[in-house]
Design a protein around this ligand. Structure first.
Ligand code: SAM
Ligand code: SF4
Length: 478
């Protein structure tokens, strides 16, 4: 049995590879138009960028250069991901926490936080409430505590997969929880999860120490930095990285995030499946001014998203409901591939609060900006020309990790992802949508079908859409 407190074994690549002096030197370099052009040209070829090239994009401050980065990001988004947007919703399981992260409402010293861990029955009700709305993908979230060992996480995953509502069940469960040791990752991977996310929060060592007291487990920078590598070594094929923006300089953090991706790619043959870039939000008992010392304004935030799109063209980018709807809309245009919708971050929120436009801060980890119900978000996406997708085919067909990259790189993704987006959208339309969303969804499906060349694949898609419309058959993925 693994324990949350064994920190003895790092991965084979377990060194502190974040070379701060080198990253800062790259960011202090005088911008060079020639190098900028070369980096942009390479990105247009969908070739991942190295640190020099990423730094050049981050240093290029002229408005016309920023516009160019935005434009290339838009193009890459269209070429690699098409116009589909994958939807998910977080499910908070428990907020007991032994750490004291200065920015988080769940930190141990916050006496105002209402502490709670959902029972199996409560989880069942939460999941049923999510399924009732149309959700198919979730990410389960935990504080870091001895009561949440890997066995408990794995057990929760198995339980959620078993929950059924009117023939519907969760098809992909990702996890955002504490870094584990090798045995722990194996235990959770065996339960059949999608991605295991661990955000480094900040790659800046001094800031990291200020935010995560050394007497806590999270105070160990290297244990956390090495966590995705341990996961990959333990049979966990998809890992997610992230930065909590606002703690340290955004350019440094963006470059370090790319450094982490490159490290995983070169030592483990596979980059992260997703990157997340939350900005700090107001949270219970948190002195926001004191932690958000490097507040990232909206334009710089969108710049960092676009730069990531150019630097790692095949990595999913997640923008959560921490961001207001208008920023999410812009981010979707040039790079973001996944968003949460109808999200609740209170423990028990789907059952006890539902779609109410209220938030209870003592029950949340932080405040959300976009708490529109799922159907409203889907309608907006459709009206903006996107195809909302609940696709979960890749990980269920073994297209994960290295294999996923092979599929993604030659552009295969559009052949499978668009059809899967359409069938899952069709399911949503038939089973859950409001009349307005249904009409907008049918229109989108017709438009997308017009763009698919005639042939066997198209006939197969048409057949599956018909079966979903006219029968109870579901989950017909490619
Ligand atoms: N406890 C685990 C951990 O810290 O990795 C996993 C879950 S934690 C609840 C998920 C993420 O929430 C953290 O990694 C952090 O980036 C983010 N977070 C914490 N406080 C936040 C705040 N005030 N605003 C926005 N995001 C926050
Ligand atoms: Fe605990 Fe995670 Fe919050 Fe830190 S960020 S206090 S580890 S829940």
């Amino acid at each position: 049995m693994s324990t949350l407190f064994d920190m003895t074994h790092l991965s084979a690549s377990g060194v502190d590879f974040i070379d701060e002096p080198k990253l800062f030197a790259l960011l202090k370099r005088k911008p060079d138009e020639g190098r900028f052009r070369d980096a942009v040209a390479k990105a247009k070829e969908k070739t991942p960028l190295n640190l020099d090239e990423t730094a050049e994009l981050l240093n290029a401050d002229k408005p016309e250069q920023t516009e160019e980065v935005f434009e290339v990001a838009r193009q890459l988004k269209r070429d690699v991901y098409g116009n589909r947007i994958v939807l998910f919703a977080p499910l908070y399981i428990g907020n007991l926490c032994m750490n004291n992260c200065v920015y988080c409402g769940f930190r141990a010293s916050n006496k105002d936080a209402v502490r709670r861990t959902l029972s199996k029955d409560e989880i069942t009700r939460e999941v049923q409430n999510m399924l009732m709305k149309g959700h198919k993908r979730t990410i389960i979230v935990f504080g870091e505590h001895a009561k949440y060992p890997p066995e408990m996480i794995a057990d929760t995953v198995r339980h959620i997969y078993s929950v059924n509502w009117n023939g519907h069940s969760m098809r992909r469960i990702n996890v955002n929880a504490a870094p584990l040791d090798h045995a722990g990752y194996r235990t959770v991977a065996e339960a059949g999860i999608g991605t295991y996310q661990v955000f480094q929060e900040t790659y800046h060592h001094e800031t990291y120490s200020q935010m995560h007291p050394s007497y806590t487990r999270k105070g160990n920078y290297l244990w956390r930095l090495d966590s995705p590598a341990r996961a990959l070594e333990s049979g966990q094929e998809d890992v997610g990285l992230g930065v909590l923006f606002g703690l340290a300089d955004w350019r440094f953090e963006t470059l370090a995030l790319v450094a982490h991706s490159i490290h995983l790619m070169s030592h483990h043959g596979v980059g992260p499946h997703t990157l997340s870039f939350p900005r700090i939000q107001t949270a219970s008992g948190v002195d926001i001014e004191a932690v958000n010392k490097n507040d990232v304004n909206d334009r710089d935030f969108l710049r960092l998203v676009a730069t990531l799109r150019l630097a790692v063209p095949y990595t999913g980018l997640i923008m959560t409901a921490r961001e207001p709807a208008h920023i999410r809309k812009e981010g979707l245009g040039f790079g973001v591939s996944q968003i949460d919708a109808g999200a609740r971050v209170e423990i028990g929120g789907y059952t006890e609060i539902g779609d109410a436009q209220t938030q209870v801060i003592s029950r949340e980890q932080f405040e959300l900006s976009d708490i529109r119900p799922l159907d409203d978000v889907i309608l907006q996406l459709l009206e903006d020309g996107f195809v909302p997708s609940f696709c979960t085919a890749c990980y269920r067909l073994g297209r994960t990790g290295e294999i996923f990259m092979e599929y993604a790189i030659p552009g295969f993704i559009q052949d499978m992802c668009t059809p899967n987006a359409l069938t899952t959208l069709q399911e949503y339309i038939v089973d859950f949508a409001s009349p307005e969303t249904r009409a907008a969804g049918e229109k989108t499906i017709r438009r997308e079908l017009d763009n698919i060349p005639a042939g066997e694949r198209k006939l197969e898609i048409l057949d599956r859409l018909e079966r979903i419309r006219n029968t109870k058959e579901r989950d017909l993925y490619f």
